[in-house]
Design a protein around this ligand. Structure first.
Ligand SMILES: Cc1ncc(COP(=O)(O)O)c(C=O)c1O
Length: 423
């Protein structure tokens, strides 16, 4: 039923019926949280044997892993993960339990110290104003980092191939105060899209006015395929190397959604220049990251084939949930012209757009019935979605039953709020 073609009388009748359904939901006293993209306990159980790895040999790579040292991480662990991430070990650093932590610290250090070999560049704090490009909708914690350091954020629209590359090329070539861009290039949070080869190539070949411009390539969902025919992402580091632009790129990965969020390991891939600067930044900060956890991951997985098989087990759990969300959205909203949503082949999110100026009200209405969604607006810098239409759905954590209820309620609230707008 196309709501946009309904008469006022038809909409009013539909509205009172929907409100009755909403009251029934309210009477259920639901208490569900759909707000964060966390793995479910069933997914976490897949990695329990990490905790049972007995470390019999402490000497790995000619190093006693119980002791201090080895700032950039164990070579054997780099080798293992470089095979799955399809990158080389030479430019890799293994960090602590969080890639977000690495991103934050690189920005903090760039504020305090120059992040370029060029003599023209100063610490970012010494510029009157600095700016980052933010493909939107995007990951709220990237935006929080910028907000914390007073970095002005510029929205860049994402479409099904990636962010608006014409706009990016123009802005970075003209404005020296633009120092960076956030990219989640594969199964982007929350749109689920993967950047096309053309977009990756053009990003790798940007000609920024700022010599210390950096691409923060947060490949958090690099191997998180859910369905057959997974998306393929071009290697931006290799592309950048072709024109000697590798100093422009920082690449991040982590095992947060492979093993345990908060207790996994993180990775940085960066050019020789960048790595040597980052090592200097890190050295006074830590003598080395947690090598015991690195070794636990190595003993648990043993080889890259096992990591791939492990990700297939995650995919099996997630496929049912993603399919179900799509089915409920299709059943309730298809043909209504009230919403559009993404159908990603992997990652952690489904992104839904309501009619303009409806998302906040929809999320509030769901909250009043006991189901918490990610606050509307949080997928945009400063929590401000200019069209107030984007809602991030995180299907991974809730059980199938909880998911069914939450998405059914979401559809109901979308209809109610849309009718209020239409009337
Ligand atoms: C795009 C993106 N980057 C980074 C993170 C956090 O990564 P980590 O746990 O390695 O800090 C998340 C978590 O949701 C994410 O979605």
């Amino acid at each position: 039923m196309n709501y946009l073609n309904m008469t006022k009388r038809e909409l009013e009748l539909e509205y009172s019926k929907l409100n009755q359904d909403y009251k029934n939901y309210k009477n259920k006293n639901l208490k569900l949280d759909m707000s964060r993209g966390k793995p479910s306990s069933e997914q976490l159980d897949l990695s329990n044997n990490i905790l049972r790895q007995e470390i019999l040999n402490y000497n790995i790579d000619n190093l006693d892993i119980r002791n201090y040292g080895c700032l950039t991480g164990l070579e054997s662990v780099k080798k293992l993960f470089s095979e799955v991430f399809e990158t080389d070990t030479q430019n890799m650093l293994i960090g602590g339990n969080s890639s977000l932590n690495l991103m934050h610290d690189i920005i903090a250090n760039s504020m305090l110290f120059s992040s370029s070999e060029s003599k023209d560049c100063k610490p970012w704090k010494d510029y009157k104003k600095i700016k980052f490009l933010c493909p939107v909708p995007g990951y709220d914690r990237h935006f929080s980092i910028c907000e914390k350091f007073g970095i002005e954020m510029i929205n860049i629209k994402i479409n099904s191939h990636g962010p608006d590359i014409n706009k990016i090329e123009k802005l970075v070539s003209e404005d020296e105060s633009i120092k960076g861009i956030w990219c989640v290039p594969k199964y982007s949070n929350p749109t689920g899209i993967t950047y096309s080869d053309e977009i990756v190539r053009r990003l790798a070949n940007l000609n920024p006015k700022a010599k210390d411009f950096k691409i923060f390539w947060d490949n958090a969902y690099a191997i998180h395929d859910i369905f057959d025919n997974p998306d393929k992402l071009l290697d931006i580091f290799e592309e950048a190397k072709k024109n000697n632009k590798q100093d422009m790129i920082y690449i991040f990965y982590s095992t947060s959604k492979i093993t345990f969020p908060g207790s996994g390991i993180s990775f940085l891939v960066a050019s020789d220049n960048n790595l040597s600067r980052i090592k200097n930044w890190l050295a006074p900060q830590t003598i080395g990251f947690d090598k015991i956890n690195q070794l636990r991951h190595l003993l648990f997985f043993k080889n890259s084939e096992n990591i791939k098989n492990h990700m297939k087990k995650h995919a099996k759990i997630l496929a049912n949930k993603f399919l179900m969300v799509d089915q409920i959205l299709t059943k309730n909203l298809s043909g209504t012209n009230l919403a559009t949503w993404s159908k990603p082949a992997g990652g952690y999110f489904i992104s839904l757009d309501t009619l303009d100026n409806c998302a906040k009200k929809v999320v509030n209405l769901c909250n009043e019935a006991g189901v918490i969604f990610t606050p509307a607006g949080s997928t945009f810098p400063y929590g401000n979605d200019p069209d107030d239409k984007n809602i991030r759905i995180a299907p991974t954590y809730p059980s199938i039953d909880e998911l069914f209820t939450s998405i059914d309620l979401l559809c109901l609230c979308i209809k109610i709020i849309s009718i209020e707008k239409l009337i």
